[in-house]
Design a protein around this ligand. Structure first.
Ligand code: GLN
Ligand code: ZN
Length: 757
């Protein structure tokens, strides 16, 4: 039995790659220096994998920015607007990734999209013509040569042609079938070039097989692979799937001429096992069994994995098995070794990428020779986690369980609440507001840093923040906004701030995970029961409200977003974790209300992100409990308290019923970049609605006339009595100057429309 992984993180344990690339962007180092540093980092990681006992090491999983972009580059899928810039290959690559604005040249970056249901984002290739693989100086071959020099047993990994095609934009005049044929030919050329290298297998990542597949999808997949597998140029092909089961295509896949198939036995593990048991596995081929979770950070439960291995042993002989991860380790941090502050008893429960390498080799040994001591110790750690007295809160558990079972409905209904709210709030038609944050100036970040490092006392820090709040309230009054915000100056980030004030969360020092390109996130870990020791937003909001007669919104992050942007525990269902967080937020809602706050916004920025990959699973596996958790936060609010929510995207066609079911009085959404296509989806929405009227992702200041025009379009499609006027979210990332200018124009545009009515 051998071990391998699907892929490894690449940003560097200390985010070295981010530093190098950003230095290069600032022209502080040369291209050669960047490439050399990156190659060193890459090699060090390979050697680490080897040292940890990995039998087969993937290469080309490394990337300077993104693997989809790498594949586009290898296939020469480079839109004309970038080629015309006349840049070096590397600079063209970065131009696709980040856009290029220099010396009068201006090319926007490729679109970025979420990679399945992870928090990673990939660049969406644009296919303008066919595919002419660029086999000269490509990193794929460079990496193979480098791995060979080090004497490694390696396997190049590529995004598979089917996933590549499905996740690109077809801007060519060709049909999908024609592109598929060309693509198969292009991959075949790549294989032929790879024949010069000494690698037994080539890995083709086809996570798209875990999505719902139509009959046409299956035909397309088979069309590509029938051609591709007909000429393999000596290598063996590993079809690597992940992020779920492949129920729609398993029976087809096992008849095709793949030499190895990688299955995710964590997400969709039960289903994949059932497929294996029901339809068997072809003799002589390798099964790459993804037993170690690539998406979460807990220690593997060896007992459970051995049970899986026993089931597999009934289907195929051990020689055919390769132990692997469920998906690439890209989605977890590097190593627990870098955590100095975390207590040992917490650390022992964690397995980041490097620890997962160790787990694979332990599992391999256990499979051959089950060692009682290792198993016992592993069970102890896992049990200790489940019953950790540091986090056990039986009251919250009970409450969450009861809530999960109960019907949660706010009373009275929206119509009655609307009347009550209008009576207290007396807002004008087309009320104006913002989404919560105001520009976080460098001084704010300095204060926070100084406070965290003990250079500012809590009292001093608070005083500074309150001064900022005072200023921002005054500015908003000057601008004439109707519903004000406190600016969120006390928050680094909308989830971290909440995690820090709730029990049950643990933070790492170095637990960075790539979100896209050079950007990383450091998700909190949900270690145990979540509860709220004390109110933590009330003081700020109450202070802001004391400065003005206009309503100030209480500003909270919703339970689903907090959960989705954290690493969740696995000993209780996600639904229950969401309920626990919801109860904590509910307590905050009620405290804000008690303190005279009349409008409370509960952001669910990430509600859509973790929709299951298969539509059949949406409701039962996710939306049912996600909606309930959100309702739990606000259903006890008084009728006259207005509840807002906010979402960071504009694809609503398919979840409009969910939006209604959230039962918030007002919903603000990101809209400006969607060309208002969402208006038709929202026409049917039954409560207050505020589609963003301008894009805040650039410093550009929209004119009054332009904004009035957008509002007129919105008025034509939506019920004006329910329409709110606000920008998109994220003002925190803008400078003050353009923010104030844009908001001034927005308020003027709203006033203009009120006149027209
Ligand atoms: N209230 C937050 C803000 O305005 C919402 C952030 C978000 O939508 N991602 O920054
Ligand atoms: Zn948003």
């Amino acid at each position: 039995m051998q071990t391998t992984i699907v892929g490894y993180p690449r940003i560097g344990a200390r985010r070295e790659l981010k530093k190098y690339t950003e230095q290069y962007f600032r022209a502080e180092i040369t291209q050669a220096e960047l490439l050399l540093s990156a190659a060193k980092l890459r090699e060090a990681q390979w050697l680490r994998q080897k040292e940890k006992g990995l039998d087969i090491i993937p290469v080309n999983d490394f990337s300077l920015y993104d693997n989809m972009l790498d594949m586009a580059f290898l296939l020469n899928v480079i839109p004309a607007r970038y080629r015309e810039l006349g840049l070096s290959a590397l600079d063209t690559y970065f131009a696709l990734a980040r856009g290029h604005q220099k010396d009068g040249q201006d090319a926007r970056a490729l679109k970025m999209r979420k990679w399945f249901n992870t928090n990673y984002h990939y660049l969406v290739p644009e296919i303008e013509a066919g595919f002419k693989p660029n086999l000269q100086n490509n990193k794929l071959f460079e990496e193979c040569a480098a791995a060979e020099n080090l004497g490694l047993n390696y396997r190049p990994a590529l995004i598979g042609p089917y996933t590549f095609l499905r996740f690109s934009l077809n801007k060519s005049a060709q049909s999908l079938d024609a592109l598929a044929d060309e693509l198969a030919a292009a991959y075949s050329q790549i294989f032929s070039a790879l024949a010069a290298y000494n690698c037994a297998y080539v890995q083709l990542d086809e996570p798209a097989l875990a999505l719902d597949l139509t009959a046409d999808d299956i035909v397309l997949f088979e069309r590509i692979y029938a051609r591709l597998l007909a000429e393999k140029h000596g290598q063996k092909i590993l079809l690597q799937t992940y992020f779920g089961d492949i129920r729609d295509i398993y029976t087809r896949v096992i008849t095709l001429d793949f030499d190895a198939i990688g299955l995710d036995l964590v997400e969709g593990g039960q289903r994949n096992l059932e497929l294996l048991e029901k339809y068997g596995f072809p003799a002589g081929k390798k099964l790459q069994a993804g037993l170690v979770n690539g998406k979460n950070i807990w220690r593997n439960d060896y007992q459970k994995s051995l049970v899986m291995l026993n089931r597999l042993a009934k289907i195929l002989p051990q020689e055919q098995l390769v132990l692997s991860t469920s998906c690439s380790l890209l989605h977890v941090p590097y190593s627990v070794r870098y955590e100095q502050k975390l207590a040992e008893k917490y650390k022992q429960r964690l397995a980041f990428a490097e620890e997962k390498l160790e787990e694979l080799s332990i599992l391999k040994n256990l499979a051959i020779n089950p060692d009682g001591d290792i198993l016992r110790r592993n069970q102890e750690i896992i049990l200790a986690g489940q019953n950790d007295p540091d986090f056990l809160n039986t009251q919250v558990r009970e409450q969450a369980r009861q809530s999960a079972a109960a019907e949660i409905v706010r009373q009275p209904d929206f119509a009655a609440r609307q009347t009550a709210q209008q009576k207290t709030l007396k807002l004008p038609p087309l009320p104006t507001t913002t989404i919560g944050s105001f520009p976080q100036t460098p001084e704010v970040r300095e204060w926070r840093k100084a406070y965290k490092q003990g250079e500012l006392t809590a009292a001093e820090y608070k005083k500074h923040i309150k001064e900022k709040i005072k200023t921002v309230i005054a500015r908003q009054e000057e601008l004439g906004l109707d519903v004000l915000v406190h600016g969120e100056y006390e928050r680094n980030d909308m989830v971290e701030y909440f995690g820090e004030h709730l029990q049950g969360f643990v933070f790492t020092e170095n637990g960075w995970v790539q979100s896209y390109g050079t950007r990383g996130v450091k998700p909190p870990l949900i270690f145990g029961d979540v509860s709220r020791p004390a109110a933590f937003t009330v003081e700020w909001i109450k202070y802001a409200q004391s400065l003005t007669a206009k309503p100030v919104k209480g500003m909270l992050t919703g339970p689903v977003t907090i959960l989705n942007w954290s690493f969740p525990r696995e000993d209780i269902p996600l639904a229950e974790i969401a309920c626990q967080i919801a109860l904590a937020i509910q307590a905050e809602v009620l405290d804000l209300e008690k303190n005279g706050i009349k409008i409370i916004q509960i952001d669910e920025a990430a509600l859509r992100e973790k929709l299951p990959l298969r539509r059949a699973d949406w409701q039962k596996d996710y939306l049912d409990w996600a909606v309930k958790a959100f309702r739990l936060t606000h259903y006890l609010a008084r009728p006259e308290t207005q509840i807002h929510t906010h979402m960071c995207y504009s694809e609503f066609e398919d979840i409009i019923e969910t939006l209604k079911a959230l039962d918030a009085d007002v919903l603000t959404v990101e809209a400006a970049r969607s060309n208002l296509t969402l208006l038709s989806a929202l026409a049917d929405y039954d409560k207050g609605i505020g589609p963003g009227v301008y894009d805040i992702h650039s410093p550009r200041v929209p004119s009054v006339e332009e904004l009035a025009d957008i509002l007129r379009k919105m008025r034509a499609r939506l019920d004006i009595a329910k329409l709110w006027v606000n920008p998109d979210c994220g003002l925190k990332t803008r400078a003050e100057k353009e923010t104030l200018a844009s908001l001034r124009n927005m308020v003027a545009a709203a006033a203009m429309l009120r006149q027209e009515n």
